[in-house]
Write a protein that binds this ligand. Structure first.
Ligand code: MN
Length: 421
């Protein structure tokens, strides 16, 4: 698909992340004003909350853009999403005769404050990169038991915390927790010493599913409203001690950072690609019925305090073994319902090469091979005041789809409210 030209000139530049083809959904405010739902276009934000109030947009028999979150729109389902996209393209396409009507609803992107684009109903994190699972398994359990026996059959996941999902730009505080090294007799309670990022994408569920009713893979795909970049911050030392037998708990509870923009499934349609070859046949309810992965280039940038930013990993969303649709179909397989605003982390996206590993744990091989950042600076794990920025882009025919930066700075641990031991 070629670039769809817009009367907003900045949207037509081949490297602009927000062309008319994209139209991602966010929540913003300008000049201390109220939070509204907005759609990015070029170097502006279109205030769709104000447009609904002015009856330029109508998606249901009641307002659905009146709250500063996209959940009500998401719950309407794919026909309403398509209608909104069609309306917006009509307003913003080149030579639209509605330009003077629409102009008052545009704000400069640069002056906007961004907030969580939706209210996270529940957050689940998966483990869908074979390379990541193999790398982590090798470090935690040894080479012979690296990939768990279930991994090629089941999209492994755990139920995470929705309450600590935060938008890009929110500080993250180094957590305290129980630490116990292999040589220690007993655990101690101390600030995490092996704090890490995980490069992931998040799938945002729009259409709810019913209690007691699993969904098919095709239904699951159609339920997904869009995708965000996602950093699943991880405390590796807390994780290593706590994770058996029920999986991560406090090691993943501190924070999960997402990009400010949800890129809709419709915008990503041209970037669908086939799944990798299956090493063993999947059970029928997980069998691929078409291309459900996406070609989205991903990178991680690390900026030490006062230092220069450095890109430390480059990989692609298509590296994953399981698609978000497969994860979602599996998620409903035991009958638990999904809600509008359920967030599914893809799992760390790691490729085959060292440069394409999606976490510091893998990049520094558990701290044994510190990563050189130049100027005499190296990292095994994150240090206080390091900033981690994830970026993602899909390259179309003369245009680029972006998500906005997914960025967070690690701040020093806050002392717990009890006396030191
Ligand atoms: Mn993760």
């Amino acid at each position: 698909m070629p670039l769809m030209p817009s009367w907003i000139e900045a949207a037509n530049a081949p490297d602009c992340p927000f062309p008319l083809n994209n139209l991602p959904c966010g929540v913003f405010s300008v000049a201390g004003g109220p939070r509204h739902c907005g759609v990015a276009i070029g170097d502006r934000i279109l205030d769709v909350t104000a447009m609904e109030k002015a009856e330029l947009i109508s998606l249901a028999d009641r307002p659905v853009l009146d709250k500063p979150e996209w959940n009500a729109v998401m719950a309407l389902g794919p026909a309403a999403w398509e209608r909104l996209r069609h309306l917006l393209i009509g307003f913003l396409r080149a030579k639209s005769d509605l330009q003077t009507t629409i102009e008052p609803y545009l704000h400069p992107l640069a002056s906007a404050e961004m907030y969580m684009p939706f209210s996270v109903a529940e957050y689940t994190d998966f483990y869908a990169s074979k390379q990541h699972a193999t790398n982590v398994g090798t470090m935690f359990r040894g080479k012979d038991n690296a990939l768990p026996p279930n991994w090629l059959h089941i999209p492994i996941g755990y139920n995470g915390r929705a309450s600590s999902v935060v938008v890009s730009g929110t500080d993250v505080f180094r957590p305290w927790g129980q630490l116990k090294g292999p040589q220690d007799d007993a655990p101690r309670f101390a600030p995490c010493e092996r704090f890490d990022f995980e490069l992931e994408m998040g799938a945002v569920v729009g259409t709810p599913s019913r209690y007691g009713r699993p969904v098919t893979l095709a239904e699951a795909d159609a339920m997904i409203f869009g995708y965000v970049l996602l950093n699943d911050w991880s405390a590796r030392d807390i994780q290593a001690w706590e994770y058996q037998p029920l999986g991560p708990f406090q090691s993943k509870a501190t924070a999960t950072t997402i990009s400010p923009w949800i890129v809709t499934r419709a915008a990503l349609e041209p970037f669908r690609v086939d799944a990798p070859e299956r090493e063993v046949p999947l059970l029928p309810y997980l069998q691929d019925s078409g291309p459900m992965h996406y070609n989205i280039e991903l990178e991680v940038e690390l900026t030490p305090q006062g230092g220069a930013p450095k890109v430390i990993s480059r990989t692609n969303f298509r590296e994953l073994y399981y698609s978000a649709a497969q994860q979602l179909a599996h998620h409903t397989s035991a009958g638990g319902p999904m809600r509008a605003g359920d967030l599914l982390g893809s799992g760390t996206v790691s490729g085959d090469t060292r440069e394409s590993r999606g976490s510091l744990l893998e990049l520094s091989w558990g701290g044994k091979e510190p990563l050189d950042l130049g100027s005499g600076v190296s990292r095994s794990f994150l240090q206080d005041n390091d900033r981690v920025t994830l970026r993602g882009l899909a390259r179309g025919d003369g245009y680029t789809i972006g998500f906005g930066d997914c960025s967070g700075t690690l701040r020093p641990a806050i002392a717990p409210p009890w006396p030191a031991a």
